[in-house]
Write a protein that binds this ligand. Structure first.
Ligand code: FES
Length: 170
């Protein structure tokens, strides 16, 4: 499933770590960046490259919400509805975002552009309500602001950061 270039990229990182197992986080990032999510075949490939059991790779992937175990849209919205954001209207705002996108929470828009996931605190409570789209934070949200952000992402006026976690992890 993983391409030769993704395999080579993962292999190139192994020398940076004392054990192959230590490269699991960047290896999963590389796999997800290539495929868009982490199907089981990709995790089996990563396990093979790191001399691990697939269950060990699945366990790590399962722990982190930024690893997608099911197919997602091109952009994933993590909409915080934990207490401080909820006190500033996050639940109602997320409902409006769902209506505007024509999906329920955990759903993906018909054009495959956005998946919306409710999220626990994303550590930006002082700027509630907020959402993370891919790796970028958008804060002090209103309905109009969310509509404008999503329109700008769709049109390419906002280019999101999909790579910084990989860069910082490597
Ligand atoms: S509760 Fe939303 S960022 Fe903390």
């Amino acid at each position: 499933m993983l391409s030769a270039s993704a395999r080579a990229e993962i292999a190139a990182h192994l020398s940076k770590y004392p054990t192959k197992r230590s490269a699991i986080i960047p290896a999963l990032h590389i796999a997800q960046r290539e495929i868009g999510w982490l199907p089981d075949e990709a995790m089996v490939d990563v396990a093979g490259l790191l001399d691990l059991q697939p269950t060990e790779v699945r366990a790590v992937a399962g722990f982190y919400s930024l690893y997608f175990k099911e197919k997602v849209g091109r952009h994933v919205i993590h909409f915080c509805n934990d207490l401080p954001c909820a006190l500033r209207g996050a639940d109602e705002l997320m409902q409006k975002v769902c209506q505007s996108l024509g999906i329920e929470a955990h759903g993906t828009t018909a054009d495959g552009e956005f998946t919306l996931e409710p999220a626990m605190c994303l550590a930006a409570c002082d700027k509630a309500p907020m959402m993370q789209v891919d790796l970028d934070y958008f804060e002090n949200l209103t309905e109009e602001k969310v509509d404008e952000i999503l329109r700008a992402i769709r049109s390419g006026d906002i280019v999101l950061d999909k790579a910084s976690v990989v860069r910082s992890a490597l």
